[in-house]
Every structure is written in structure tokens, then in C-alpha cells.
Design a protein around this ligand. Structure first.
Ligand SMILES: Cc1cc2nc3c(=O)[nH]c(=O)nc-3n(C[C@H](O)[C@H](O)[C@H](O)COP(=O)(O)O)c2cc1C
Length: 149
């Protein structure tokens, strides 16, 4: 049993529009880090295509998935946007600032990147929440011990 697996998180999809290149990545390493102003930190592996895109982006979106959206967590978390358009066959819209927002999610945040920090093989991006929407009262999809539930 991996002790780190006991750190449970929400499974979310972080969405990016970097110079009109759209991508989404499943992210479980995500947490609130400030109340005032509200801020969210996400940890992104340096191997990910999303890392390349975030390096030239000034904001990101966070889609908090519902328990019925396991399939989306798998699609966005197993394939790279380098090779495919992960939004093909996914119901989504673009916000006013061009960030992809997936439909039928529990909550959505739009964050302006205000800081970042090296964390081993990942980079932690800290985003100030500039827009937040509570869309459903359902419990979100969770990730822990290598499982979605
Ligand atoms: C449930 C789940 C949680 C994940 N959490 C993270 C995470 O927090 N950070 C990260 O960099 N990758 C995470 N991944 C892996 C990426 O989602 C995966 O490597 C993805 O294919 C990268 O896509 P990209 O190359 O288009 O950026 C997770 C995958 C799954 C299935």
C-alpha cells in the first residue's frame, strides 16, 4: 500500500487556451491555497503537453467533474493533446476569454496565473480565481489510491 495514495483529491480537468491551441488535462493534484483572494494551485508534470502550453498562457480553467464523468477523466488523463484533439466528441463551450468549459460539470473556475514554483518533476501553478460557477450540488468525482470514485 502506497501511503501517498491516501491523499485523496477531486479529479478535475484543467483547460487551457494558449495562443488558440486548446487542451485539457486530468489533474488530481489540485487544491485551494488562499481564501482572500481565492486561489487554486495545480501541479503539472514537465513531460505533459499541457506544461508546454501553460508556459505561454496567462490563465487556465478548472472543470470539477461529476461522478458520472469518469470517462472524461480517463480520456483527458490518458492521451496527450500533442497527438489528438481531446475535445473532439466532448460537449464544451468557450468562455468570454476563450477558455474551454466542459458541459455538465459540478463547478467551474477561471484562474489567472499569478505565480509558479518548481516541485521536482512537476511545476505548481498558482491561479487567482477570477470567475467561479457552482453548476450542480452533486458530490464531485474523487481520486485516491489510484482509483476514481
Ligand atoms: C485521475 C488522474 C489524475 C491525474 N492527475 C495529474 C496531475 O495532477 N498532474 C499531472 O501533471 N498529470 C496528471 N495526470 C496525468 C495526465 O492527465 C496525463 O498524463 C495526460 O495524458 C497529459 O495530457 P497532455 O500531454 O495533453 O498534457 C492524471 C491522470 C489521471 C488519470
Amino acid at each position: 500500500m502506497d501511503a501517498l495514495g491516501k491523499i485523496y483529491n477531486v479529479a478535475s480537468i484543467v483547460t487551457i487556451n494558449s495562443n488558440n491551441k486548446l487542451n485539457g488535462i486530468t489533474v488530481a493534484w489540485i487544491t485551494r491555497v488562499s481564501i482572500k483572494p481565492p486561489m487554486i494551485a495545480i501541479s503539472i508534470g514537465k513531460q505533459r503537453y499541457s506544461y508546454e502550453l501553460l508556459e505561454s498562457a496567462d490563465k487556465f480553467g478548472v472543470c470539477i467533474l461529476s461522478k458520472e464523468q469518469k470517462n472524461l477523466a480517463k480520456i483527458f488523463g490518458s492521451k496527450s493533446g500533442r497527438n489528438i484533439n481531446k475535445f473532439e466528441n466532448v460537449d464544451f463551450e468557450l468562455t468570454k476569454s476563450g477558455i474551454p468549459k466542459i458541459k455538465n460539470i459540478v463547478a467551474f473556475f477561471e484562474c489567472k496565473i499569478v505565480n509558479k514554483a518548481e516541485a521536482g518533476d512537476h511545476i505548481v501553478y498558482i491561479g487567482k480565481v477570477v470567475n467561479q460557477e457552482l453548476l450542480k450540488f452533486d458530490q464531485p468525482l474523487l481520486y485516491g489510491e489510484h482509483q476514481l470514485f
